[in-house]
Design a protein around this ligand. Structure first.
Ligand SMILES: NC(=O)C1=CN([C@@H]2O[C@H](COP(=O)(O)OP(=O)(O)OC[C@H]3O[C@@H](n4cnc5c(N)ncnc54)[C@H](OP(=O)(O)O)[C@@H]3O)[C@@H](O)[C@H]2O)C=CC1
Ligand SMILES: O=C(O)C1=N[C@H](C(=O)O)C[C@H](O)C1
Length: 236
């Protein structure tokens, strides 16, 4: 498989390493200075760039009929526009706020726990995410997906940074050293606390998930999620 990498930073480099190990080729490394992109050689594009750059990279891939795996976070205000374009051009897209197998299992666990807690008014939910100090966006994309999972199954209506509103999920974002990504969801009452936590040890899980998604999307058109790629509906 010939892969075009959009963004060649921490994630781009890790994806290159794993893709080569799995027998794929990297045919383009696109960054902010790239003048010409040769889409004709690409079987798939993988975007781990910046919140400001993601929309253009994704739409350029779709317009050039190249399936796109999007891992960049912090651009989701434009997600609906991308979906419309993808449908119009009969393209192929997977966006995931987190590509690791562990976090996608954690998403399922989060939804299950939210369903169990939905009628228990004595518990208040909160969330904490910790990442490295170079991270540009807050809260993390993963924290937003977790909050959406809770909103879907409870009476919480939205999330806010540090909120104390009764119907809003408070998210605390911390930036510390080189932390790859730690997410904790807590339900607290006067008498106890239930917590679920995912802690990434490094970036390999994210990168491997993105390469597996790129392999999976070959020959498909449509808008998919990691739930589809990992066939998680079979497990829940
Ligand atoms: N979904 C997931 O599983 C994961 C998502 N992420 C997300 O992926 C994104 C990238 O993370 P990470 O690799 O750690 O960040 P880095 O800052 O290490 O890498 C981003 C790279 O994108 C480059 N870039 C800037 N502008 C453009 C452009 N127009 N086109 C292409 N590349 C550009 C930057 O170049 P320069 O430095 O010169 O500006 C930099 O090299 C973030 O949004 C992060 O939140 C991260 C890990 C997992
Ligand atoms: O910026 C990062 O590093 C990460 N970003 C993603 C997010 O915003 O959730 C995924 C992972 O937590 C690492």
């Amino acid at each position: 498989m010939n892969i075009g990498l959009f963004g060649y930073g921490k994630m781009g480099k890790m994806i290159e390493q794993l893709a080569l190990q799995r027998g794929h080729n990297i045919v383009a490394k696109v960054d902010v200075d790239t003048k010409h992109i040769n889409f004709s050689e690409m079987d798939v594009a993988i975007d781990f760039s910046t919140p400001d750059a993601a929309f253009n990279n994704i739409t350029a891939s779709i317009k050039n009929s190249v399936p796109i795996i999007s891992g960049t976070t912090g651009w989701l205000a434009q997600y609906d526009q991308v979906v419309e374009l993808c449908k119009e051009k009969q393209g192929a897209l997977i966006y995931a706020s987190n590509f690791s197998l562990g976090v996608n299992i954690f998403f399922e666990l989060n939804a299950y726990l939210a369903k169990m807690m939905s009628n228990l008014e004595q518990y208040n939910v909160s969330m904490e995410e910790i990442h490295h100090t170079q991270k540009l966006d807050a809260p993390s994309g993963t924290a937003i997906t977790l909050a959406e999972g809770i909103i879907e199954h409870t009476t919480y209506q939205d999330w806010q940074m540090e909120s104390t509103g009764k119907h809003s999920i408070p998210i605390t974002s911390k930036r510390e050293g080189t932390v790859p990504g730690t997410h904790t969801v807590s339900y607290e009452s006067d008498v106890d606390k239930i917590e679920i936590k995912h802690e990434a040890h490094n970036r390999k899980g994210f990168a491997l998930g993105a390469v597996i998604a790129a392999e999976w999307i070959q020959g498909k058109t449509g808008i998919f999620s990691m739930r589809d790629v990992l066939n998680l509906s079979e497990r829940t």
